[in-house]
Write a protein that binds this ligand. Sequence first.
Ligand code: AQP
Length: 350
Amino acid sequence: MAFVERVFSGVQPTGNLHLGNYLGAIVNFVKLQDTHNCIYCVVDLHAITQPVDVWGGPAELARNIREVTAAFIAAGIDPKKHIVFNQSQVAEHAELAWVFNCVARMGWLNRMTQFKEKAGKDRENASVGLYDYPVLMAADILLYRATHVPVGEDQKQHLELSRDIAQKFNNDFGDSIRKHGGNDGLFFPLPEPLITGPATRVMSLRDGTKKMSKSDASDYSRINLTDDADTIAQKIRKAKTDPEPLPTEEKGLEPRPEADNLVGIFAALSGRSRADVLREFGGGQFSSFKNALVELCVAKLSPIAGEMKRLVADPGHIDAILIDGADRARAIADETMKLTKDIVGFIHRR
Ligand code: AQP
């Protein structure tokens, strides 16, 4: 029996929400609302896996949770038709993560490149939560038995781990799953990553070989969703390029990561292909292309920034949206958790 299609994805409230988060994830969240039931989560339990100075402490965390929620809504996510909530309000995320901790293997987690990058050289000092991050992510998705997960390219490996965990759980408990009437011995679906669009990996404006990232020390490396028009213009004008004119064909972008990145951003924001963008700007200087990119970025992002500002000015309204979303998410999560307990053999109140 096939699983009912359901979309789940999350964004961490760690500040500096940027164009990469928007083009790699949020734009696709918005599109999927037309075809799927969607659950979009502000993953605050993930945020605290980093040192406190990275996520900013309690007041900053609450502010960032509301800001990500505002970005979802300002970008076009409808919290009435779909579900928008913050992770820590649904305790089953942590509960299922514990079960999955006992399914996932150390060897699988040891291969996760994000942990290696984020822990850096001082691995002994990284939190256990940072190491366990991908297991919690598997729980986030599978708690809703989600079948599709829109993410940026950097999350591909974690999605593969979620599939491995789902598969091992289904294998380990196959007989019990059948006994409890589950889907021909399949309880959890193997979630599919949706890594789509021309900007699945937006790069830093200062270094075309590095991902645009919230935690980059230089604010000039990224365009934040809250940047005003002047700041966007300054950042794009200062963005690193090379001395050559833009190529006329896509192939010419291959050895030029900064040019490729800017053309990719233009393509994604305008809904055109890279080839089409190069047909218009190829052979020309970066300065005129950058002027057009500034205009496009400001036209697309300013209304979102304005709406975010309006929404965060009313925290009570945002909190009510999150509480309502959490109530609806919990109803689904509770059902999955009860069935999981039956399958594993835990005694519980029905
Ligand atoms: N540069 C990017 N290009 C395309 N997609 C991106 N995403 C992140 N950066 C890019 C996608 O945005 C979604 C939310 O990301 P996240 O908040 O969960 O965390 P992250 O991937 O750790 O984001 P950052 O900005 O890169 O933060 P730091 O600096 O902490 O590493 C995800 O779908 C992600 O793929």
